[in-house]
Write a protein that binds this ligand. Structure first.
Ligand code: AKG
Ligand code: FE2
Length: 439
């Protein structure tokens, strides 16, 4: 069989546009609406009562007890109400009666975001802030700052307090999704439910201006855990689940391609650009431990599915940094399987410096085009001393993180190194791999 339709299926599976978020509505018991706030003279507010009441005074008092919310800009935390206008309360200043474990909310988010059947990792949600968005409040587009490598996303719970507007708009790659909790909850006619949305950290999002009332939210940071939590089935739970690529689906698509005798008959290297972005430190020194080594355990959604599909098929997936030095006009990509400390001593050519420290040049690069007339686009290089990669999905270093390094030449100047993470896997010659597949 011709490998083209199978490659097309593999590529489509990996790039399938499924929302990188999950959302839903959950019925919760009355105590979930209890909220205490304030340290000395604690106040109590029943959020279920405010949901059906015409008297906003309790919510106004809560809004007044909040501080003005700041946000991160570069390395600083700033107050700028043209960018973010909202009230916030830190976890130490309030207590919520919402138990995300007992209500099944944490499990719902785990099912929705980490939908892999083979997913063995657990997930922990850490309460982060309470926010009140009054009339005219908003939060312009931003991404949530990951707090550590195992943080992979955020969860926002919206209470059914009367409000309109304030939809959360999420953007990832070229897709945009709107989560309008006010509309979802008001359509319910019941005040015993909360709305929730959880998304991966590299998803840009914004809160549209609140048009009336008070939008009250709790935000949680989501972390991977090494052991799977035992499921607690939620009652009255509706999960709006994205069609995420699952490891068995990716495995089937990849196995089908490898099964074709004309596909890389003598073996070769397959390359995949990762779909999600990962926190790779901008400034790195050797004593920090290479983030690439631990990244395998923190991959998100479809990237994790691809990684485990390769492993299940008996191959060894490896994560590499792809580097492009645009300033140098360097044409070919250079890949690193470890982080490098680029010393300040006389970097005249970044390309040479990377190659000297174990970088591997991609000499011939083939990118899958999806066009049957010319399935692979070839970028040739006259350099024979490197690796040939067949990119099923392309790693785009330009979109990845930029790290600054200081280049000393005639004069000190700051240059940028563009990097992204890709997954490479060596494919054996057909005679060997077919024997394994038959076994
Ligand atoms: O309230 C929301 O829907 C999200 C708020 C948010 O993006 C944040 O607090 O970082
Ligand atoms: Fe956010």
């Amino acid at each position: 069989m011709d490998e083209f339709p199978l490659l097309q299926r593999l590529e489509a599976t990996l790039t399938m546009s499924g929302p990188p978020y999950c959302s839903g509505i959950l019925e919760v018991p009355p105590e979930a609406f209890n909220l205490y706030y304030g340290r000395k003279n604690a106040q109590f507010i029943d959020l279920q009562e405010t949901a059906t009441s015409n008297d906003p005074s309790d919510l106004e008092a809560l809004a007044n007890a909040c501080e003005r919310a700041k946000f991160g800009r570069g390395d600083e935390t700033v107050l700028d109400e043209t960018y973010r206008k909202a009230g916030k309360m830190d976890v130490d200043d309030f207590m919520t009666g919402l138990d995300i474990e007992a209500t099944g909310l944490r499990e719902a988010v785990q099912l929705g975001l980490l939908s892999d059947k083979e997913e063995t990792r657990g997930m922990r949600a850490e309460l982060y802030k309470l926010n009140v968005y009054g009339e005219g409040a908003f939060f312009k587009p931003h991404k949530d700052t990951p707090r550590g490598q195992s943080m992979f996303g955020s969860l926002v719970v919206v209470f059914p307090t009367p409000h309109s507007g304030g939809a959360l708009v999420l953007r990832h790659n070229d897709d945009q999704f709107t989560f309008d909790a006010a509309a979802l909850l008001s359509g319910r006619g019941s005040s015993g439910s909360i709305a929730y949305v959880a998304f991966f950290s590299d998803v840009e999002h914004e809160v549209a201006p609140v048009l009336s009332g008070h939008r009250l939210t709790l935000t949680y940071n989501l972390y991977y855990e090494t052991r799977r939590n035992t499921p607690a089935p939620g009652r009255g739970l509706e999960v709006f689940q994205p069609p995420h690529a699952s490891a068995p689906t990716v495995k089937a698509a990849l196995a089908a391609v490898l099964n074709v005798s004309t596909f890389l008959p003598r073996g070769g290297t397959l390359g995949f650009g990762l779909r999600h972005a990962y926190p790779i430190p901008k400034v790195w020194t050797t004593d920090m431990g290479s983030p690439l080594e631990s990244l395998g355990a923190w991959l998100k959604g479809s990237d994790a599915a691809l990684f485990s599909a390769c492993a299940v098929l008996g191959m060894t997936p490896r994560l590499w940094l792809v580097c492009k030095d645009y300033e140098d006009g360097c044409e070919s990509d250079i890949m690193l399987d470890q982080m490098l400390e680029l010393g300040p001593e006389g970097i005249e050519s970044l390309e040479l410096a990377l190659l000297a420290c174990g970088g591997v040049r991609v000499c011939d690069s083939y990118t899958f085009t999806g066009d049957a007339r010319m399935p692979w686009k070839r970028v040739e290089s006259d350099d024979w001393n490197g690796v040939t990669v067949h990119w099923v999905t392309k790693a785009s270093a330009r979109d990845g993180p930029r790290s600054a390094y200081v280049a000393y030449g005639n004069e000190a100047s700051l240059d940028w190194l563009y990097t992204s993470v890709c997954l490479l896997v060596d494919v054996e010659p057909y005679v060997y791999r077919s024997r394994k597949m038959d076994a």
